[in-house]
Design a protein around this ligand. Structure first.
Ligand code: NAD
Ligand code: 6OH
Length: 502
């Protein structure tokens, strides 16, 4: 079947219709799997598409196609030609900008303003950055002199790993998928992707862009489904898959690790977080309140980098909590399609149950509710959506579960500190280690505290400001390995060191 999306996006009524049927994409064809499940719009609970679920047989076909494609024209392209095709993919995403934005908004419920400024532009940037990186990457080399007088030249050449299995979550679906697809393809691999069952649309739409850009059949394959006993597990278990890269919950990472252990595949894991922000009394107050509002509430708190623990120097604690409360209460919750909306719903009814259970737990654990803490009422269609109020707590012990466990909603706990050492100790008192932020106008303190954070990335006076050449990943329960820049190139390629005696 050609173009399962094209017909649907061009609604005859002139109205933008959403996807009605989302198929798997294998060897350049949109194909049906064995089962079907619903893709739900979290803003109103309506079913926006039926998604075809890939069974074992279809995953086998996808991996088989990806393996064959390694031996086809893709494997014979020069690096420069491959990079050129990836630039065309970036341009293709931009050419269908509105389609991607609307598909992402319908699947996730995120505000259209956010999808337009973050998710879709970053997807195009992911392809451009890794195309340029691979085009300009040098070879590691050493001139070797041995004690016995022999000399040699060593140099390492990059080769693709083979078929890379890519498994991604629902919070930034296209951004996180392309963050892995782009470097994997840049390094000459072929891929089979399994997007989240909650957000299957943009990965499928990307298939059309790949075809239009001239990416040969079998290079980019999409299988839909769930984790255990479904496409996710079939893909990670598959003997034809050379490496697995995964973004999602830490517990899922542990399950995938067990699955891949038997075949000793390389893995890259970007997992959960319980990130801390440390606010000093000498911060630029307005900038910090604005920055923290983003860090806590962006994407309704469903960003792995969000700050769920905020530590504030005691001398400004009350003033800061009050300002953050006002900011939270000024955020507009509403329809994702309204350009003025700041907060959309959570991804699903199930996820809302989880977040609300933490809201109840916070009260049981003795928290003071500064603002929020429940489900909003709109008096219309949005009451069928999975909205929760942006919420701020104070007063919990550092040992409380609400302070220790990832909630993944628009919520934080704010606690005071008296000294820099105490703030660093509290920030580091977690099993996670993804991201942190430090807010101060004292330059030396900013560097000093940032360097002591046990995380993969620390921002000073900003948050989620990304340079795609930098290492990205997590410590502890937050992940294994680093991607970004040359770290991605290293993960997605096998280095073969050639030693030539001179
Ligand atoms: P999840 O772990 O539930 O699911 C992620 C993906 O894994 C989905 O595609 C799912 O179908 C698949 N999956 C589930 N079980 C599987 C199994 N046994 N085998 C193979 N695949 C399986 O995560 P989620 O709820 O979609 O996303 C939210 C989580 O992701 C949060 O914990 C968040 O912190 C984390 N996250 C981390 C980063 C990062 O860069 N570190 C980025 C985004 C999200
Ligand atoms: C998690 O929700 C956000 C992850 C962000 C990235 O992986 C990135 O490259 O910006």
């Amino acid at each position: 079947m050609a173009g399962c999306f094209a017909a649907v996006f061009a609604g005859a009524s002139g109205q933008r219709d959403f996807v009605k049927s989302i198929l798997n994409y294998v060897d350049g064809q949109f194909v049906q799997g064995e089962g079907e499940f619903a893709d739900v719009n979290p803003a109103n609970g309506s079913v926006i598409a039926n998604v075809s679920e890939a069974g074992q047989e279809l995953v086998d076909r996808a991996v088989g196609a990806a393996r064959s494609a390694l031996r086809g024209p893709w494997g014979k392209l020069t690096v420069s030609d491959r990079a050129g095709l990836l630039h065309k993919v970036a341009a293709g995403i931009e050419a269908r900008f509105d389609d991607f934005v609307h598909a992402e908004v319908a699947d996730t419920g995120k505000p259209i303003s956010l999808a337009s400024r973050l998710d879709v532009p970053r997807a195009a940037a992911n392809f451009r950055v890794f195309a340029d990186l691979i085009r300009n990457a040098g070879l590691e080399s050493f001139q070797t002199e041995m004690a016995d007088g022999r000399s040699a030249l060593n140099y390492a050449v990059r080769k693709p790993l083979g078929v890379v299995g890519i498994i991604t979550p629902w919070n930034l679906p296209l951004l996180l998928l392309t963050w892995k697809v782009a470097p994997a393809l840049a390094c000459g691999n072929t891929v089979v992707v399994k997007p989240s069952e909650e957000t299957p649309a943009t990965a499928t739409l990307l298939a059309e862009v790949m075809t239009d850009a001239g990416i040969p059949n079998g290079i980019y394959n999409v299988v839909h489904g769930f984790g255990p006993g479904s496409a996710g597990e079939f893909l990670t278990k598959h003997p034809g898959v050379a490496a697995v890269t995964f973004t999602g919950e830490s517990a899922t990472g542990a399950a995938i690790m067990k699955t891949v252990a038997a075949s000793v595949k390389p893995i890259s894991f970007e997992l959960g977080g319980k990130n801390a922000a440390v606010v000093f009394a000498d911060c630029d107050f307005e900038q910090t309140v604005d920055g923290l509002s983003d860090a806590v509430f962006l994407n309704t708190g469903q960003v792995c980098l969000c700050a769920e623990r905020v530590y504030v120097e005691r001398t400004i604690f009350a003033q800061f909590v009050d300002a953050l409360k006002k900011k939270a209460e000024s955020l507009k919750m509403g329809s994702p399609l309204d350009k003025t909306t700041n907060l959309g719903p959570l991804i699903s009814s199930q996820h809302r149950k989880k977040v609300i259970s933490y809201y109840r737990l916070a009260e049981d654990e003795g928290a003071t509710v500064v603002t929020g803490g429940s489900i909003p009422s709109f008096g219309g269609e949005l009451d069928q959506g999975y909205y929760v109020q942006p919420t701020i707590y104070t007063g919990l012990a550092e040992s409380a579960r609400v302070v220790k466990e990832e909630i993944f909603g628009p919520v934080c706990h704010v606690a005071p500190f008296d000294s820099e050492e105490e703030a660093v100790a509290m920030a580091n008192d977690t099993k996670y280690g993804l991201a942190g932020s430090v807010w101060t106008t004292n330059l030396r303190r900013g560097h000093r505290v940032a360097q002591q954070m046990n995380v993969g990335i620390t921002w000073v006076n900003c948050w989620f400001l990304r340079d795609l050449r930098t290492p990205f990943g997590g410590a502890g329960l937050s992940g294994i390995g680093r991607e970004g820049g040359v770290h991605s190139l290293n993960f997605y390629s096998e280095l073969n060191n050639v030693c030539v005696q001179l």
